[in-house]
Ligand binder design. Structure first.
Ligand code: ASP
Ligand code: MG
Length: 406
């Protein structure tokens, strides 16, 4: 007997027929002698629709009320699945975030889980129930409903798996697993059988959309075994494991891209101590995340500074920097929204040299200009023109030997 958490994404519960299919899958796992906790997303499209409705009443919907609204998407699917299971004569119980004791901070719309009191889930399991928990939602210390950020039900699942010490957290989605690149962009992409948490974390941070980044952080921290697979077939999926042993270890395991990037350059900034702080502190104070930073030292006591932020933060950052530029005496502020970040990821990089030059070479051969570069131990990212992103992914996929052969 194992304790298994299964999370089903929006397309897997898109209508009542699919919810019935999920009920049958869950029942099968239960009948095999396992204890099962199910975490659900809202039906696909529902969260967007709810956001749209709020938007039609207010340009800036109140964040607390927005969370009350958005949590109904998952409330609906959790209730429907429990209804389906009960009508099949299974003991089941739906739980909303507060009932499952998912305690979060007060950051509406992007709350973080601070603790999970697994008591109620565990006693339900002890009574032989299948627990059906609404994903994406929690409850703050004042009893307010919170949500965990878009895509957050993955995080609910892994966090609950950690709290109840589940043997495995299965993430059911509409793709067969994690691919070496987005199959919609690169038709030679292959499914990865096993990937390390570290690589998965980079991939989730750098544009791969299959798993919510914070769910991987939870898996890493609490050593949860995560298995990503399709709810539409019986294909083997991708196992996300802690540690690097016994794995296929190509130098590069995957290629990702993100178009949610924008670049800002301050021209001819006076080159003296304290300038970087002057440029970036107001940005940090505005809760804007800066990603890559480049500073060139130049003659004449001035330097150019270039950095990237997400596209959503572009306009805000640009106007902040224009003000800063005036104060510190920089010559001009330029920006570019039409960029993308293409990244190669692999733990194998730690023990290989020449990976970066191979990447630059492959891009050069296709005449793709590199605008910025950044690296970590297991990743290299290049900023390129937005309209070259897909081509760059395909070129790198081939260059690093990831193309499927058949
Ligand atoms: N329903 C939420 C969203 O669409 C959470 C999730 O599906 O993971 O973002
Ligand atoms: Mg998702």
């Amino acid at each position: 007997m194992a304790l298994i958490v299964q999370k089903y994404g929006g397309t897997s519960v898109a209508d009542t027929k699919r919810i019935q299919n999920v009920a049958e899958r869950v029942a099968k796992t239960y009948d095999a002698g396992n204890q099962v906790v199910v975490i659900l997303s809202a039906m696909s499209g529902v969260t967007d629709k709810l956001i749209g409705m709020a938007g039609s009443l207010s340009d800036m919907p109140d964040k607390r009320e927005l969370d009350v609204l958005l949590s109904t998407g998952e409330q609906t699917t959790a209730a429907l699945l429990a209804i389906a299971l009960k009508s099949m004569n299974y003991k089941a119980e739906s739980m909303l975030g507060f009932q499952a004791d998912i305690q979060t901070d007060c950051n509406f719309g992007d709350a973080r889980i601070v603790d999970i009191g697994a008591h109620r889930i565990k006693s339900g399991l002890d009574r032989g129930e299948i627990i059906v928990a609404a994903g994406f939602q929690g409850c703050d210390a004042y009893g307010n409903i919170t949500t965990l950020g878009r895509g957050g039900s993955d995080t609910s699942a892994v966090a609950i798996a950690a709290a109840i010490e589940a043997d495995m957290c299965e993430i059911y989605t509409d793709v067969d697993g994690i691919y070496t690149a987005d199959p919609n962009v690169c038709d030679k992409a292959r499914k990865i059988n096993t990937i390390s948490c570290d690589e998965m974390l980079e991939m989730a941070s750098l544009g791969a959309k299959v798993l919510h980044k914070r769910s991987v952080e939870f898996a890493l921290k609490h050593k949860v075994l995560v298995y990503v697979r399709s709810s539409f077939n019986e294909e083997e999926g991708t196992m996300v494991v802690n540690g690097e042993n016994d794995m296929e270890r190509p130098v590069v395991s995957g290629i990702t891209f993100s178009k949610n990037e924008a670049r800002i350059t301050l021209k001819r900034v006076p080159d003296r101590p304290g300038i970087a702080a002057a440029v970036f502190t107001p940005v940090a104070d505005a809760d804007i995340n800066v990603d890559m930073i480049i500073q060139n030292t130049q003659a004449g006591g001035t330097t150019d500074m270039t950095f990237t932020v997400s596209k959503d933060d572009y306009k805000g950052t640009l106007s902040l920097e224009k003000e800063i530029a005036r104060k510190i005496g920089a010559e001009a502020v330029l920006g570019d929204e039409n960029i993308a970040k293409v990244s190669i990821i692999g733990v194998g990089m730690k023990s290989h040299s020449g990976v970066a030059s191979m990447m630059f070479d492959a891009l050069a051969k296709e005449n793709i200009n590199i605008i910025m570069i950044s690296t970590s131990e297991i990743r290299i990212s290049c900023v390129v023109a937005e309209d070259k992103a897909e081509l760059a992914v395909r070129v790198l996929h081939t260059a690093f030997g990831l193309d499927k052969t058949e």
